[in-house]
Design a binder for this molecule. Structure first.
Ligand code: PGA
Length: 249
């Protein structure tokens, strides 16, 4: 699975070029799933172009409330109305700048599932935590906040993504071995609670994935795909990552 996290980038003409090219050039390579998470104002455009194609789309965040006095927020039914299948929850940029907490991300994971959306739940440690050897402690704490909210079986309704903060947008991806170790550890933690779920749940890696490192990452046994930021802004780069995923499947 390859997910584009376009963040706060793009405009109507460049989105159109990107989405149409993505549809055309992955048409014969559908062994992987492709998702494009757009800024909310462009969801209608994504729906218009991607409806009836093999590409899915989603939001980059959502409110835990269904409606009401929440200026600037977007509700789950609004995402659904524009055809979203997925929504990113707990991205580190939201945790750092949007005041997302472990508790609120856990709650929104549950609300997403109950609203018929598939949350793509992000976890990851900062550089300082990485240097302190706290990767496992931090990612488990973030994951446990979701399990606490929705129960271990509830995880089955979502997708997990390990995104070390120090690798996001820095051009310094985690090595495939490091990413594999963490994903293996997370899967092992789930396995203790539910062995079947551990086998089936998708866990992605995110953080400076590009066309050069994608294959090595996808060759790792526990890496089921990628969440891609910067490289999703370049259509050729992103399509090359999609094809690497399709070939690895
Ligand atoms: P990046 O971003 O690919 O630019 O590192 C990944 C993400 O933030 O999801």
């Amino acid at each position: 699975m390859v997910v584009a996290n376009r963040k706060m980038n793009g405009d109507i003409p460049s989105n159109q070029l990107f989405l149409e090219k993505l549809v055309a050039e992955t048409q014969l390579h559908q062994q992987a799933d492709y998702v494009v998470c757009m800024p909310h104002p462009y969801l209608y455009q994504a729906q218009s172009i991607l409806e009836h194609t093999h590409i899915h789309w989603g939001g980059q965040n959502m409110s835990r409330y269904q409606s009401g006095a929440h200026t600037g927020s977007v509700s789950p039914p609004m995402l659904k109305e524009f055809g979203c299948k997925y929504v990113i929850i707990g991205h580190s940029e939201r945790r750092m700048h949007g005041h997302d907490t472990d508790l609120s991300t856990g709650e929104r994971f549950e609300v997403a599932v109950k609203s018929g959306l598939i949350p793509i739940f992000c976890m990851g440690e900062t550089l300082e935590e990485y240097e302190d050897g706290a990767t496992d402690i931090v990612t488990i704490r973030q994951l446990n906040a979701v399990i606490h909210e929705i129960g271990v079986q509830g995880l089955a309704g979502g997708i997990l993504a390990y995104e070390p903060v120090w690798a996001i947008g820095t051009g310094k991806a985690a090595t495939p071995e490091h990413a594999q170790n963490v994903l293996g550890f997370l899967r092992g933690h789930i396995e203790i609670l539910d062995a079947e779920l551990a086998q089936n749940i998708r866990i992605l890696y995110g953080g400076s994935v590009n066309s050069l490192n994608a294959k090595q990452l996808f060759d790792m046994p526990d890496i089921d795909g990628a969440l891609v930021g910067t490289a999703s802004l370049n259509p050729e780069e992103f399509i090359a990552i999609c094809l690497a995923a399709s070939n690895a499947s």
